[in-house]
Design a protein around this ligand. Sequence first.
Ligand SMILES: [Fe+2]
Ligand SMILES: [Fe+2]
Length: 202
Amino acid sequence: MNKPENLAHSLSERAKFRQMKEGTKEDWAIIGAEYREFAKDLPDRVLTHLKLLDGDFGGFPVDRLEHSLQTATRAHRDGRGEQYVVMALLHDIGDTLGSYNHPEVAAAIIKPFVTEEIHWICQNHGAFQGYYYFHHLGMDKDLREKFRDSPHFDACAEFCEKYDQSAFDPDYESESLEFFEPMVRRVMEKPLASMYKAAIEE
Ligand SMILES: [Fe+2]
Ligand SMILES: [Fe+2]
């Protein structure tokens, strides 16, 4: 039975192609509508994933969720803006899937929503954080020096000094994840930049 034109696409409607090169405008109208709905739930997926760090100590004095909350709380109490605080909250979210490159995972997630500098801080915080412990593992604590010429060097060093390396105190009273939830939703509400931006705003 033919469906009336302009009928809102139901959730069960699917594109008809078997290879992408066979796709039609109608197919992509279906996919586009689904995508816009799916993208809206990104903050929920991110917050759900962040909770995986709960109880994950990895030998540290606090678990990775508390470390994340503490880093974000310290940044917030120091007067940082929402993009920065959300970056602080999410900077280690990649520990689960990016065991060998966790800063890049977090940086990729926040990239569409933050300034270049905040993204840079997130992307490179691993090397800068090493300033505080690499020497205990037979590594070069000054690895961060390879970034010395970057305009974001000082900002990243400051993030690690003030908020990240200092966020392992079991006695610190961090704000809850619920406290930061509205900030995550606001920051991730709309991408500042994305190769899919035109489709999102259709
Ligand atoms: Fe980290
Ligand atoms: Fe960290």
